[in-house]
Design a protein around this ligand. Sequence first.
Ligand SMILES: C[S@@+](CC[C@H](N)C(=O)[O-])C[C@H]1O[C@@H](n2cnc3c(N)ncnc32)[C@H](O)[C@@H]1O
Length: 252
Amino acid sequence: MLKQRVRAAFDRAAPTYDAAAIVQRRVCDRLLDALQIPDAPQRIIDAGCGTGYGARRLRSRWADAHITGVDFAPSMLELARQDFDACFTADIEKLPCEDALFDLWWSSLSLQWCDAGIAFGEAMRVLKTGGWLAVSTLGPATFHELRHAFAGVDHHRHTLSFSEADAIGDALGRAGFRNIVLRRERHIVHYPDLKSLLRAVKAIGAHNVGEGGRAGMLGRHAWQNVEAAYEHFRQADGLPASYDVIFACAQK
Ligand SMILES: C[S@@+](CC[C@H](N)C(=O)[O-])C[C@H]1O[C@@H](n2cnc3c(N)ncnc32)[C@H](O)[C@@H]1O
């Protein structure tokens, strides 16, 4: 099942995650910048917390908050444990906690592996009335270079199917959120070559793309074609990998 494969990939990636998570840290910082709320949250949940960078950033703004980390990959959580007041291994689509517990539901770059409607329903349930949601996720232009480079070579899927910003806004509205504010930014990371780019995606654990992904290796000739196609995107700083980042803040 896809979810088990995604979870296993993140679990294996925990030791290599921090060294490769350049965009992930940048996006966390931007999400915190965008989050302007009137009162300091007392209880925060970090949904899909990874190795705990989000908790450290949240703590730098709200030193007294009680922060709970949730991730379905136990090895990620093991590295994050010291940054949280409480943490547990769970699926953010089915949180094992009572209703109306948190003032802030925070999630950075984890939602793209979830059913947004279900995850937002859970966020709604565990938030107190008046509580806030802050989320970053990925839009359809993410890794467009990769899709283009593979387009003529095979018919497999090479990226997740990412949601449009409007779909994220609609899912928040359907879950019952109000005061929804959406923003979109393009973030680009450069790599010296395609092998290092793909290695970095794997080091984060983000290489599972769902049904239709390639199971085996590419032949040498096909690989050379992909490399040549990707070279068309080369910029002064190297080969770009684009992240189309959607930020959303909303209130229960
Ligand atoms: C790209 S990492 C982001 C981690 C962290 N938020 C950060 O900004 O560095 C995505 C994380 O979401 C977790 N994740 C993905 N889907 C999940 C789900 N349904 N339930 C719990 N955790 C999930 C993964 O295990 C991984 O640690």
